[in-house]
Ligand binder design. Structure first.
Ligand code: NAD
Length: 302
């Protein structure tokens, strides 16, 4: 079993760290917010005083931060992990971030003699708690082989997507497809409402017909058909619309850089931008159905 420094104990990082403890690893944890650190300490983790401290005296470091700027800060800025961790430390970043930042941080890690992978995840807070995440890995074969046993403590499908940054590339493509899907599913249910077709009936038919997809079958954006979906809890996140907008913007930056036309990705980005700006940012991303339904001032709805 491995001694692991875990940094970023939010909606995803908290349960992922908990699963690593359950898998028998020894954890030293840090977050800029004290409450999640205290919660993990109660479950057997040691508290670290800083990101640098969390990466000291451990064999591996896992980070689960909001986005690229925090990853850069923790590894190369104030956190100084790349400069201060002993040579050969295994660095695992599970944040969803931009490919360019991740490739730059990975190159600095390699230069300093560390093995680093990017391992963004899919599966939401439910998957993080259940340890059933899909983890998309970018990095060298050697880093992947070293990281796999740790990743298997947090996820069920651990897939090596290629060299540094390829995990992020997979994640951005996945989330762009998800955003397009959920908007499509919302439109279907809104049309059904107006046509007098019961939501449960549409679900029973569509979830076994050609429009079936995760956004419909597992995350249905109307209350009822999927009891665990955020629609049944006033769209409490879950995966916030703000995070979805972040990922969509990253997908559009990547599409621009690669000179690829993604017109539906662009439309989804515009719709999530509008939703976030009108007060939907902290709601679950499936809450966009309330804006599409024209329910009134979005900021008052959640
Ligand atoms: P979150 O905001 O709940 O958690 C981020 C944590 O990082 C917070 O606890 C914050 O205090 C901490 N933090 C921020 N800056 C820090 C720093 N410099 N040092 C230490 N700690 C710091 O976010 P989340 O929902 O857990 O998401 C984390 C990442 O996972 C994001 O990149 C997100 O896009 C991705 N993701 C989220 C979901 C989801 O359903 N929530 C699903 C898949 C992927």
């Amino acid at each position: 079993m491995t001694t692991i420094g875990f940094i970023g104990l939010g909606n995803m990082g908290g349960p992922m760290a908990r699963n690593l403890i359950k898998a028998g690893h020894s954890l030293k944890v840090f977050d800029v917010a004290p409450a999640p650190v205290a919660a993990l300490v109660k479950e057997g983790a040691k508290a670290a005083k800083s990101a640098t401290d969390a990466a000291t005296g451990v064999e591996a470091v896992v980070t689960m931060l909001p986005a690229g700027p925090q990853v850069h800060d923790v590894y190369l800025g104030a956190g100084k992990i790349i400069a201060t961790a002993p040579k050969g430390t295994l660095l695992i970043d599970c944040t969803t971030a931009d490919v360019a930042t991740i490739r730059a941080v990975n190159a600095a890690a390699a230069e300093a003699g560390h093995d680093m992978i990017d391992g963004p995840v899919s599966g939401g807070v439910g998957g993080a708690a259940a340890g059933t995440l899909t983890i998309m890995v970018g990095g060298t074969e050697r880093a992947f082989v070293r990281a796999k046993p740790i990743l298997e403590g947090m996820g069920r499908n651990v897939i090596h997507a290629g060299g540094p940054g390829n995990g992020q590339a997979a994640k951005l493509c996945n989330n762009m497809m998800l955003a397009i899907e959920i908007i499509g599913v919302c439109e279907g249910f809104l049309l059904a409402e107006k046509l007098g077709l019961d939501a449960q009936k549409l679900y029973d038919i569509a979830s076994t017909a050609t429009s079936q997809c995760w956004a419909l079958n597992s995350y249905c954006p109307v209350p009822g058909p999927v009891p665990a979906s955020p629609a049944n809890n006033n769209y409490k996140a879950g995966f916030t619309a703000a995070m979805m907008l972040k990922d969509l913007k990253l997908s559009q930056e990547a599409a621009r850089d690669a000179d690829v036309a993604t017109p539906l990705g662009a439309a989804a980005t515009a719709l999530y931008g509008l939703f976030a700006q009108s007060g939907g940012a902290p709601a679950d991303f499936s809450g966009i159905i309330r804006m599409l339904r024209g329910e009134g001032k979005v900021g008052d709805l959640f």
